[in-house]
Design a protein around this ligand. Sequence first.
Ligand code: HEM
Length: 362
Amino acid sequence: MKNKKLLNYSDYLRLDKILNSQDLMSAKRGSPAHDEMLFIVVHQVYELWFKQILHELESVIVIFKQESVIESDVSFMVLRLNRIIEIQKILIDQIRVLETMTAMDFLEFRDDLFPSSGFQSAQFRLLENKLGLLKKNRMSYGRHDYSSVIKDEEKAHVLKSENERSLFELLESWLERTPFLSFQGFNFWEQYSNAIRSMLEKEEIVIKGNPNYTKKEVEYHLVEHNNAVSAFEAMIDEKKHSKLIENKEKRLSHKATQAALLILLYRDEPILHSPFNLLSKLIDMDELFTSWRQRHALMVRRMIGSKIGTGGSSGHAYLHAAADKHKIFTDLADLSTFFIPRSALPKLPEKIKQNLGYHFKS
Ligand code: HEM
């Protein structure tokens, strides 16, 4: 006991490693660029936060993989997702720190970075795969597979994640198992469809009768409106929904979409509070990733204009398009198209309310 070495702050945090891991490439060339230190530190901080996000995400995935997810587990997942969300806000804010470096300052060392790029971040790719970004839905990057640029030591881990069940898939099967879907003789969908159809008809009248629209604008809005009508018909008809999935207009299965809508509509039922929070957090998380991508793309435009990236992509144009294409939970956010005021919602019969158990079992 006497000889036991007391734990030291620096040793515990492995500061010897962390604080000696900033190798300025410009210094190696013999011309140290002041801002390269900031560039490295900011990237390292990002990678640490990615590590923490993956740690939280993994714990959510473990819970979701259970056959039966009890109510307290759902609350637990909500807490973990909320932590990710708070970190994401910092990730977005952090870009401002890097932007204190001007485009001219960046040029002092940019050439030293070739051909390394954030595109090679294994943790970022892991995150995308674990959330549910499918290979076939990725933006193409020249003729290369996204994984071809990842370091060999890191690649196996990233490729493995492509074949694991993602958060999206786990959410989908959890929603499909929701017993709330069965209404025991109560024709919810018929009553709800009538309410939605009359809302959509009213919207069509408003578009056609809007004196401020030109003929072209009316046509434009009617196309959008008709998309909403088709999406609603697909909500009712499984075959139509499958067609949307085939055309890559939707991803979430018909059954899971219906369950998600019911959770969002009847969130006032106490049993649905946690599921509602879970869906909301997933939408928040997806939006924040998109915001980070958009914010990063804006910063890139300011730093390098329309030059190509150090990793060889078209730079800003690629990043901007990826921000739009790499969303995961858009199907959940889109459900608000079919929200109607509480007062117009079909009332759930008392028996069904009572039958809403306290857990979701498979
Ligand atoms: C001066 C600052 C920065 C510039 C000019 C820049 C530029 C770029 C460019 C042009 C790309 C596209 C791939 C390529 O051709 O290289 C890219 C991708 C990427 N960058 Fe940055 N970046 C900067 C800062 C950061 C920071 C601080 C991070 C934080 C980790 C980061 C993470 C990423 C990631 C993850 C990708 C891949 C995105 C995707 O494929 O969707 N970048 N960056």
